[in-house]
Design a protein around this ligand. Sequence first.
Ligand code: 13P
Ligand code: SF4
Length: 301
Amino acid sequence: MNNQLTEKIKELKKQRNALILVHNYQRQEVQDIADFKGDSLELSRKAAATDADVIVFCGVHFMAETASILSPQKKVLLPDLESGCPMADMITREQLIQFKKKNPGATVVTYINSTAEVKAETDICCTSSNAVKVVKSIHNDKIIFCPDRNLGSYVQKVLNKKLILWQGFCPTHMRMLPEYVIEKKRKYPKAVVLVHPECQPETVALADEVLSTTGIMNYVKSSGADEFIIGTENEITFVLRRMYPDKIFHTVSDIALCPNMKKNTLEKVLWTLQDMKNEIRVPENIREKAYKPIKRMLDIF
Ligand code: 13P
Ligand code: SF4
């Protein structure tokens, strides 16, 4: 069944001159049809650089939106329009405008997990892999960091710099409780603990390394260790188990799956390509403003 679907997708992809971009949290069968897989930063770079006419973005809404902001001349399609990111919806444009008024003179750093409208009110964007570098590059004592309070707390700790944090969070990463990490470390004392910075500060404090999704995979690739505890969405652990059958991978929590990321399926990718539907487009007045902070980030990091 999957083979048939894959063959049809490949055929249509050629006809449409389409590129399939896939985030690391997507289902395995969707990862298997990717032209390129990666974390948010890598996928943004690919979306900006491709000469394809169509981008099928297997990820969540803000990722497809970012691709469309960077490449407005391309058709960006999202296989399931319901695949949003709850964290991105935890701040609205109006709320950010009010927050800026309360904190005049602050530079606004916005995590890429945000809507185009919020990006349009932003000075510079960041992703999980470059947030520390982005904040470090800003010469202003007053910095608003939104929407992820956990990524913001991690940056604060690394740079020993106080940020004005918006109180958003990722429900999936909030499931990785510090007591679970403590218990796993007790059971598997030799394992290296790798976590995503969207985990809460108490969990991050127990980690050996704090990395983006691709960062976690690259770390395992170049590490001599053979046992790991992985604190991020569980697809990463599943992929690692398949890639390195001789190494051992433990999840921090077995229920840490992102329901939104899992909404894209092979069937939906096929239907999207067949009907050229589910296009993500940002109104030009918002797009122009949202482009600047993303471009500023891509130009520096
Ligand atoms: P990465 O940029 O590390 O892939 O993270 C995106 C994300 O949504 C994590 O929950
Ligand atoms: Fe959003 Fe969390 Fe899902 Fe990432 S894992 S897309 S932050 S809900």
